[in-house]
Design a protein around this ligand. Sequence first.
Ligand code: NAD
Length: 494
Amino acid sequence: MATTYQNWIGGRWVPARSGGTRENIDPASGEVLGIFPRSGAEDVNDAVGAARKALDSWRAVPAPRRGEILFRAGETLVRCKEEFARDMTSEMGKVLKEARGDVQEAIDMTYYMAGEGRRCFGQTTPSELPDKFAMSVRQSVGVAAAITPWNFPMAIPAWKIMPALITGNTVVLKAANDTPKSAWNLVKALEEAGLPAGVLNVVFGSGSEVGTPLVEHPDVDLISFTGSNEVGSGIAFKAAQFGKRLHLELGGKNAIIILDDADLGLALDGVIWSAFGTTGQRCTAASRVIAQRGILDELTERLIARTEALRLGHGLEEGTDVGPVVNQEQLAKVDGYMDVARRDGATIACGGSVANVGPLAKGFFFRPTVLTDVKPKMRVAQEEIFGPVTAVIAVDSLEEAIAVNNNVSYGLSTSIYTRDVNQAFRAIEGITTGLVYVNAGTIGAEVHLPFGGTRGTGNGHREAGQAALDTYTEWKTVYVDYSGKLQKAQIDVE
Ligand code: NAD
C-alpha cells in the first residue's frame, strides 16, 4: 500500500480540505509511489493565511538565529542524501548519481544561505553633511510564493526557500505535480530543524488548482517562479495586474560551440553530459551543438557513435546512462519534434523514436537523438524541446558561431570549446547568455554565483549567490542626523 502524504500548513500536516488525492507515479515503471493531496483554492488560502500570520514574528527573529535553523536542516539533508536521491530518481527518472547532485545542490544552498544570516550586508557611506550617518539595510518583502518545476525537484525549491527564509520572508511552496516527494522531504527537514509554525507551508496540487489561486491571492507579496515560458508569461501578466514582485526563471535553448582547435574528446564528453544528462530535461541542456566546419564530420561521427552507445533504463539501475522523460505528455512532445525536424529538412542521424520494448515497455523512454543538417532558423534550433535531443549546426567562424548562439529567444547558458585563449575571451565577450562556460558543458552552476538568463529566459532577476537576496529583500535607506539642528541635504552644503 502506497503511503499517504499531506500538506504542511500553519505547522500541521493536513489533507486537502476537499479530501482529494493524486498518485505519485514512477515514470520508468508506472509504479504508484505515494498518494498526495489534490489541493485547491481553500488550501492555498489556509497556507497564505498561516504565512501572513507568522510573518511579523519571523522577521523579528535575528537573522543569525534563522541561519541556525537552516543549518540544522542542511545537516538532515546530508544525513538523508541517499534516501532523498532515491526518492527523486523514483519519482522523476533522472539517474541516481544526478539525483544525488540535485540533493547536494539543495545542501549547498541551505548552508550558503545559513551563513548569509551573519552577513546580509548593506552599505554604510559618508554623508554629504557633517554629524550625519547614512546606510542601507535589507528588509523582507513579505509572503513569498515559490512555484517550482519537476526537473530539479529539491534543488530549485531550496534555491527559493532558503534565501526567502534567511531574509525574513514567510513562504508558501507549490511544488510540481510530478515530484511531490522531493518537496515533502525538503519541507520535512525544515520542520525537524525547528522552523516555527506557518513560516513555511507546502500545498500539493496542480498549476490550475493551486498555482493560479496562489498567484492571485491578495496576501502574496512576491512570486518566484521557475518553469515554462508559457506559464511564466501568464504569471507575469497577473503579477503586473495585482502589483506583485516577480522573479522568473524560464526556458533555454543552450549551445555548445566547438571550434576547429578544440580538444574533441573533451568537447564530446561535455556534449554527451549536457545534452543527455537528466534526459535532456534541464533548463541548461545543450540542445544545440554549433560546430566549426573543420571538425564537423569527425565530431558528428563520434557524437553519433557515443549517443548510440548510451543505455536507457531505470535511473536506479546500475549502468543506466539515460532515464525516462517525466511523463506521457513530455514523451509525446519530444516525439512530435521528430516530425518537425523532418519537415524542416533536418536529418535524424540517430535515435528519433520512442523506446518501448522489454523492460522499457512500462516507462516513458525516448532514444537519445542527434539531428544533423540543422539550420539556425529551423524550429528544432529555436524552440526548447526538453528531451534527449541535440541539433548539430555547422558554422565557418567564431563570429558566426556567436551570432547563431545569440540569435534565439532564450538566453541561459552557452559553452565554448577551444584551446585558444584569445578566441575564448572573444567568445566570453560576445556571448549574451546569463552563463558562459569555457571548456566545460552548459551545466554545472555553483550556488554562490548568480544563476539565470537573459532575453526570454528571465525577467532580469537572478537565483543563487548574493543576487538572490535582491529578489527577496527591499532596500531600506537610513539617515541618522546627530547634529541637533535642521540640516538640509543639497542645500546646506557650502
Ligand atoms: P511548467 O511551467 O509546466 O510548471 C512549473 C510549475 O508551475 C509547476 O509547479 C506547475 O504546476 C506550475 N503551474 C502550471 N500552471 C500554472 C499556473 N497557471 N499558475 C501557476 N502555476 C502554474 O514547467 P515544467 O514543465 O514543470 O518545467 C519545465 C520548464 O521549466 C522548462 O521550460 C525549463 O526550461 C524550465 N526550467 C527553467 C529553469 C531556470 O532556472 N531557468 C530551471 C528549471 C526548469
